[in-house]
Write a protein that binds this ligand. Sequence first.
Ligand code: ZN
Length: 125
Amino acid sequence: MRRGARPMVLEYKGARTAFDMPGWYCDECDESIHTGEDMKVSDRALNRLKATTEGLPLPEDIKRIRTKLGLTQEAAGELIGGGPRAFQKYEAGDLLPSRAIGSALALLDRDPAGLSVLRVRPHVA
Ligand SMILES: [Zn+2]
C-alpha cells in the first residue's frame, strides 16, 4: 500500500463535488484504507456540498460573519446558538449549521446591530 490521494466524486440531491481523497492505496487493486483524518476530508467535502445545495452558509461565510460581529467562537455559540464548541466545528467544516443558525447569521450579516437583541437575553455561559 502506498500513501496518496485519488480523485473522488460525491453526490447529494443531484449535485456533485469532486475532490482528492487521501489514503493508503493498493498498487494492484482498488483496495484503499482511510484514517480518521482522511475521512474528515470527505466529510468536509460532503458538508460543503450539502451547505451549497441547502442554502446554508459555508465555513468561510460563518467565520466572516462571526468576525464582523466581533465575537469569539465561544461567544457566538452562546449568543447565536449551538453551544460553546459549535462555531469551531462549523468553521472547520466538521459540522453543518442548522437552518435556524444559518438564518440568524444571514440576518446578523445584514444588520449586525441586531446582535444587541441577543445580548440582553439570559444565556448559559
Ligand atoms: Zn490490493
